[in-house]
Design a protein around this ligand. Sequence first.
Ligand SMILES: N[C@@H](CCC(=O)N[C@@H](CS)C(=O)NCC(=O)O)C(=O)O
Length: 249
Amino acid sequence: MEATVYGVPGSHPVKAALLMLDHKGIRAKRIDLPNVLHRPVLRALGFPGSTVPAVKLAGRKLQTTRALARALEEASPAPPLYPSDSPLRARVEEAERWGDEVLQAVPRRLSFSSPIRRRRSDFVDFFEGPLFGIPPHVAVATAAPLLAAAARLNGATDETVRSDLAALPGLLDHVDGLIGAGVIGGPERNAADFQIAASLRLLICFDDLRPAIEGRPAGRLAQAVVPDYAGHVGPGLPADWLAPLRATA
Ligand SMILES: N[C@@H](CCC(=O)N[C@@H](CS)C(=O)NCC(=O)O)C(=O)O
């Protein structure tokens, strides 16, 4: 079995999808599309939704990391992505849902926030290669309107990003709690490990956030599950936005 994974540069749910495919021993070819313009391309390819990862696998067109995890479990049960013990499975599924519905949006909004968009030359490192034949530095140099559109589509205003940063210590405490309770971070990786670790690992790529994350259980898990995440964003967030994190670092 082989999969084709359509993504956009730097996407953390795409990273989660690739890690889950790898966990199942399924070879995957990644094709990145330009952000925002990916929408008509996915439609032209026959995907019903607008988000990536969009995965072609054994004749199926799958979208969303959670649907992919379930399809993978069905197609190739070993090694599992969900524990067989049903109370633990329910807790893993709840952690996976939280990782998708709550945590995943935080690094996404941050990536498109106004202070980070000003550092867009840093985005070159997130490219896996040319985008439709366009070299990364050219794509990034001309990306300002697309990044502004992505910020609008994702609700990445200064207010939402500030409030995400204020909430981040609590989100990290929640992840540490899941690790302490043995829901994630166990000897067998599960779907929630991949879902949550990919988001945290993208946050660690930001110099402004790394000190508050990397030394705690959540940060160590992210680095163990996602050892490589191409990309690095230098400092750029205002000090008052970071104050809630500095208080806990
Ligand atoms: N939560 C879903 C959706 C992922 C998602 O929103 N991906 C972003 C990129 S990180 C995306 O495709 N955004 C474009 C859009 O919403 O059109 C999942 O886990 O697959």
